[in-house]
Design a protein around this ligand. Structure first.
Ligand code: SF4
Length: 389
């Protein structure tokens, strides 16, 4: 776990950021200071439930313990560069993570929930063709502290702003910048903090990891921390998906669908969500819908089809994508075709697009350290005509 690595280096431990720990990691840290493990629970609640960062204000901790904490630890969020609020109430924060890199988090309020979209990497190496983050290239993985800090800062900032003492953020989606499963070791302690009753106490159904299909890590997530899973599908054939989601070359559709099926054994919901970004003339035609129906039908068990929900996402154009959003009519037709085949299908409402906070628009500000070969692999020509499987 990312946080435990800090303990191995006494110099680093001098300034250990406690946001780097899930409760288990914090217990180990407290023990390394010669304190009882149960002290970690109190400390964890101060940090995550009360949003406190000043050890002196943690009044029910023994003075000696607070003194040790002041010597060896700190609780530090991210440096906020900007905060923009959309006409629909969506809030986008831009945070600096050093060395010229900046990441984004987005809060989406709805009548029955408050969702925070969290980033896992500065940039992304997958390079999906329709994604602004992927277009920027990849700089580095975020640490556990940097992932957790997005929730810690947003939750306590919103509580203060709205004058509320109870929880504001009810759902977390790991759908911001980055491929979360390519930053697995930092991701899992952050997820555990979100789920922990002494942390944010979110149910597994309300925390969603979105992946472009890192098959081995989907299996590990199912074992280690089975939260809800969303799979970025975007194409019904390998020929098209190889181009739209270059990771498909490594983990083709047959493997991805089997991994999705395996995940259902652990999933907190009895379905997987498949995300499908609607691109005019590229993947939004009736034959694509039929190929998608066939793909899902043959991926299930005993001819039942894979238990899933389809989420159609209107593409959010960005400069240099060379792609066009599908018309409302094309999305409607596509959705209807899937529904008539018995697939639960929704069309995602676009939120916050006046502040570039909509899905696929998060670009932050990343120093591209992607290798040239990787960059080239995401620049292939999109085949408009799809051959049958
Ligand atoms: S869609 Fe997700 S996996 Fe693909 S490039 Fe964007 S951030 Fe990366």
């Amino acid at each position: 776990m990312a946080g435990l690595h800090a303990l191995a280096n006494p110099l680093k431990a001098m300034t250990t950021n406690l946001l780097d720990f899930d409760l288990h990691g914090l217990q180990a840290f407290c023990e390394s200071l010669g304190e009882k493990r149960f002290r970690a629970q109190q400390l964890f609640r101060w940090i995550h439930q009360k949003g406190e960062s000043d050890f002196d204000r943690m009044t029910d901790l023994a003075v000696g313990f607070r003194h040790k904490l002041k010597q060896h630890a700190l609780i530090k969020g991210l440096d906020k560069i900007s905060e923009h609020t959309s006409a629909d109430g969506t809030i986008k924060w831009l945070f600096s993570v050093g060395n010229g890199d900046a990441i984004e988090a987005v809060y989406i309020p709805e009548s029955d929930r408050g969702t925070l979209c969290v980033s896992s990497q500065a940039g992304c190496a997958v390079g999906c063709r329709f994604c602004s983050t992927g277009h920027q290239g990849f700089s580095r993985n975020l640490t556990t502290a940097e992932i957790t800090a997005q929730l810690w800062m947003a939750e306590h900032h919103l509580r203060q702003k709205l004058g509320r003492s109870e929880r504001v953020i009810s759902n977390v989606v790991m759908m911001g910048m980055g491929e979360p499963l390519q930053n697995y070791s930092a991701l899992v302690p952050a997820l555990k903090t979100m789920l922990d009753d002494h942390g944010y106490g979110l149910s597994r159904r309300r925390v969603t990891v979105s992946t472009s299909g890192v098959v081995p890590m989907m299996d590990r997530l199912g074992e280690d921390c089975p939260v809800a899973l969303a799979v970025s599908l975007h194409a019904p054939t390998d020929a098209l998906r190889d181009v739209l989601v270059p990771l498909n070359v490594k983990y083709p559709l047959a493997e991805l669908m089997q991994a999705s099926l395996r995940y259902l054994d652990h999933a907190p919901r009895d379905f997987i969500t498949f995300e499908y970004c609607m691109l005019s003339g590229v993947n939004d035609q009736p034959e694509h819908a039929q190929l998608l129906i066939d793909l899902i039908a043959r991926s299930g068990v005993g001819g039942q089809g894979l238990s899933c929900k389809l989420n159609l996402i209107p593409f959010n154009p960005f400069p240099a994508s060379g792609l066009v959003r599908s018309s409302v009519e094309a999305v409607g037709r596509f959705a209807q075709q899937l529904q008539q085949a018995g697939l639960v299908t929704t069309v995602r409402k676009t939120r916050g697009d006046d502040i570039d906070a909509a899905c696929g628009q998060l670009a932050g500000d990343v120093v591209d350290r992607t290798k040239l070969a990787q960059r080239k692999s995401s620049q292939r020509v999109i085949p408009v005509v799809v051959s049958p499987l």
